[in-house]
Design a protein around this ligand. Structure first.
Ligand code: PEP
Ligand code: MG
Length: 842
């Protein structure tokens, strides 16, 4: 008899379903359950290893029919197939029927002794009786909700879709920002309603309006569009929602520490309890931080046009400042955590905020600051009235951005929080801007009244490694300034005026906690070797001497990419040979004999230099940049190559040419390098020769020509940032094209596969130095494709090394095969996330 396997995200659901099936099909049919994730399978999710195991448990010579619920259940099931022995695999039949109806029909058919094909067919038709009973022929249009104050569309057909939000937090700040960006690309009036809460429809082009829908995970939203591009708009929005806005999983939670807690036992009135949001412990005096509201002048606007312009000017300045801050934070805490600043920048062009402010200036003659404040306050009040805590917290973002604009209008600078002594910072909440400007040296802990585990201050505190507790009671505000407190970021407690014994215990715990962190960091100094002995070089991308020092501290096996641009940008004249020699030599010495790949200048086009003569270009990314520029500016190129070869005399340097598109360019560059060597030799100047010389593969033509290029170089380093933008024809800095700019797209991975295959034939090695190398999800795939060096932001090195150590080459190859077979980047990400879960912890 054919047996069944039910794959579901929920163990409870699958087990109850078995009971239901048994009611109809009896006890004879073998039914296996592979459901849930986590240690006891009581979390939502699916697990490929478990599915493979259950299939083997119920294996039957007549066949096994597998029914799945949705999304990653299907991916996991497909992955499970790969884990099965050949003979079992041939007996497995995947059935696309709806889980509940399908399982009941399949159970009945199996109990009748039918074959797998018949069972699957019957299961797929199981929805029919229900549809007939409900007289269902095609999707009924969802009821249109009407938004107050927004005129109903007047012309053209109204297109409607209903979607379920499956990402972790629904339309919260970042997904809402992506939603607005996508909607704004289309010529259409687009409105969204939350069907789950019955909210009125609001504009899809306003971030604030969207967030007030209170649309959370699992809610159904209805999107209506009318206008020239209504259909395209809905298609794009549906894709965005289906791809869960590019989000991976639920927001990070503080990880429990391996440091055992010694239980201090002060009396209860001395303990304030909140939410532990960032691990660690600290003892220091309290510093109450109050963010003063900016001043609002009270004059009436005489010239409304000037007031409006003033506001526009301030908005533009704040936008630039926010984007600058975002860049800074990407370096400090990584892209994901810094992405909130993108949402902040978007708030500045929010239709509703601006329209309200303009109306107040024009109709009520408010001055710019007053009009802006009133408009901001209206939105804040609306957020605060929402029931959901997560959405309530978005009021903090609006306040943050609102205050920055007010400060800009009043000419006040944003105050930098600087401390003379170690402190535990106490505040109502900290805006991302305030958190970003914390004096890290002295802030030992953060204690906040508001903010949950998902607040930005919490996320940033975690990324910055500062212990933090949020959601503390008001009483903390009454504790006098400078009072010593002990903060426990593991338990979420603040102990007021700890006695000597408790203070000592906390200090000892802090030492142990910091040591533990150090110890983890210490394993990063060992090589990254897979379980079966393959050594992977994990190197750092470096932009200056400080980066190089951080790289060494974080256990980099070398520098896989030294971006020499830092020597050239921000100057009015070209750096001399001596200046370049000194800078590169210093970095070489810092790496203490480990290899440093010095990339020759990658500027021009989008990064023009004032001291070189360049024509304006319509498409700078496709223009005279990088190696093309160097070959056209021999003086510049010669000076740089001389400096590099000389700096390599007593350090281990390699050279790499960026943006190679053709074999001729490699020949020209190699000949140029040869000439520079002869020159130095004639001058009797010590320099590195021969020098390992490689190229970046970041233009698709180079990837396609890899077999022709390989004989002329010592290595390839794949620049996935540019390779992705050129392969997908999607500018890498354009946030509207983020969905195309994912280097895990199978199109990019296939190119990488071609490069590694060509390199293997010619006996040279391949590295990856684009951002992809630092993405733990990508690590197994890249290694499986044959990449042997990964170069990334120094902060990510300990983690990437840990992933490498957990793999076998065979597993990596399997991940690569599966990735190549996926049809888009999102599928690859889901597959890779599941794959990492199947690896044993080390
Ligand atoms: C790349 O393109 O992937 C790369 C590493 O170079 P850059 O980011 O400097 O263009
Ligand atoms: Mg590049």
């Amino acid at each position: 008899m054919v047996s069944l396997v039910l794959v579901s995200h929920s163990k409870l659901l699958a087990e109850s379903l078995v009971n239901l099936v048994r009611q109809m099909a009896g006890e004879e049919v073998k039914i296996g359950v592979a459901a849930g994730a986590g240690e006891n399978h009581d979390e939502f999710g699916t697990d490929a290893t478990q599915i493979a195991q259950v299939i083997q448990e119920v294996d039957s010579p007549e066949g096994i029919v597998v029914l799945m619920d949705l999304g990653s259940a299907i991916l996991s099931a497909e992955m499970a197939l790969e884990l099965l022995p050949e003979d079992v695999r041939s007996r497995v039949h995947f059935c696309p029927a709806p889980l509940v109806e399908g399982a009941i029909a399949a159970g009945v058919q199996a109990s009748l002794g039918n074959d797998p094909q018949t069972i699957c067919r019957e299961a797929c038709q199981a929805l029919q009786p229900k549809a007939e009973q409900l007289h269902f022929s095609e999707p009924a249009p969802a009821p249109a909700a009407v938004e107050e104050g927004v005129p109903a569309p007047t012309a053209g057909e109204i297109h409607t879709i209903v979607l379920e939000l499956t990402n972790a937090h629904g339309l919260h700040a970042r997904p809402a920002a992506r939603f607005v960006q996508t909607a704004s690309r289309f010529k259409a009036d687009i409105r969204v309603a939350n069907l789950t809460t019955g909210s009125a429809a609001v504009s899809a082009k306003s971030l604030n309006a969207l967030a007030t829908l209170g649309a959370l995970h699992g809610h159904q939203i209805q999107i209506q569009a009318q206008g020239d591009q209504a259909a395209e708009a809905l298609q794009a929005l549906a894709k965005l929602v289906e791809e869960r806005f590019g989000e991976a999983a639920a927001p990070p939670q503080p990880t429990p520490s391996a440091v055992p807690a010694i239980e201090p036992q002060p009396s209860d009135e001395h303990i304030l309890r909140g939410l532990p949001v960032s691990e660690g412990v600290a003892v220091a005096p309290i510093f109450h931080y109050e963010s003063l509201p900016p001043l609002i002048p009270d004059y009436q606007a005489k010239d409304t046009a000037t007031e409006w312009q003033k506001l526009q000017g301030a908005l533009e300045k704040v936008r630039r400042a926010i984007l600058e801050r975002q860049r800074e934070m990407v370096n400090r805490v990584g892209e994901d955590e810094a992405a909130i600043f993108e949402a902040h920048a978007l708030l500045l062009s929010d239709e509703e905020l601006l329209e309200n402010a303009r109306m107040l200036i024009e109709k009520k003659h408010y001055n710019a600051a007053r009009a802006w404040k009133e408009s901001v306050d209206t939105i804040i009040a609306r957020f605060q009235a929402l029931a959901d805590d997560y959405l309530k917290q978005r009021a903090v973002d609006v306040q943050d951005v609102g205050n920055q604009v007010l400060r800009e209008l009043s000419g006040e600078a944003h105050e930098k929080i600087v401390f003379q002594e170690p402190v535990i910072l106490v505040a109502d909440d900290l805006t991302p801007t305030e958190t970003a400007s914390l004096d890290l040296e002295r802030v030992q802990g953060i204690a906040l009244l508001s903010g949950g585990a998902t607040s930005h201050s919490a996320i940033l505190a975690r990324s910055l490694g500062i212990p933090a507790v949020t959601g503390l009671p008001m009483r903390i505000k009454q504790i006098p300034q400078q009072t010593p407190v002990a903060l426990d970021g593991f338990k979420g407690e603040v102990l007021i005026q700890p006695d000597e014994r408790i203070r000592q215990e906390f200090e000892a715990r802090r030492t142990r906690w910091l040591e533990e962190k150090q110890r983890l960091l210490a394993s990063t100094h060992q090589a990254a070797v897979t379980r079966d002995g393959l050594v992977i070089e994990v190197a750092a991308n470096v932009g200056n001497l400080t980066d190089a020092q951080t790289a060494v501290q974080n256990g980099a096996d070398g520098v896989g990419l030294l971006r020499t641009e830092f020597l050239f940008l921000t100057r009015q004249t070209a750096p001399t040979e001596e200046e370049q020699y000194q800078a590169i030599h210093q970095i070489g010495l810092t790496l203490q004999g480990k290899p440093v790949i010095v990339r020759t200048l990658d500027v021009g086009g989008d990064k023009p230099l004032p001291y070189i003569n360049q024509q304006p270009e319509a498409n700078p990314f496709l223009g005279v940049r990088a190696l093309r520029l160097s070959l056209q500016q021999p003086h510049l190129f010669r000076t740089q190559l001389r400096a590099i070869l000389r700096a390599g005399a007593d350090t281990y340097l390699r050279i790499m040419f960026p943006m190679v598109a053709s074999i001729e360019e490699v020949h020209q560059a190699n000949q140029f390098l040869q000439k520079v060597h002869q020159e130095l030799q004639e001058e009797g100047l010590p320099h590195r020769w021969p020098i390992e010389t490689g190229i970046m593969v970041e233009i698709p033509s180079a990837a396609v020509l890899a077999d022709a290029l390989a004989p002329h170089v010592a290595f390839f380093s794949i620049g996935t940032n540019d390779l992705t933008q050129y392969t997908m024809a999607a500018e890498r800095g354009n946030p509207q094209l983020n969905y195309l700019n994912d280097a895990l797209h199978p199109a990019v991975l296939r190119l990488i596969g071609e490069v590694t295959a060509a390199a293997e034939t010619h006996g040279i090695w391949v590295g990856v130095c684009g951002e992809l190398a630092g993405d733990p999800l990508a690590v197994p795939i890249l290694i499986g494709l044959g990449v042997r060096e990964l170069s990334l932001n120094a902060a990510g090195i300990p983690r990437v090394k840990a992933v490498v150590r957990n793999l076998t080459t065979e597993q990596a190859k399997q991940a690569a095969r599966q990735a190549l077979a996926c049809s888009n980047a999102q599928e690859v990400r889901e597959m890779a996330a599941n794959f990492l879960k199947t690896l044993p912890e080390k």
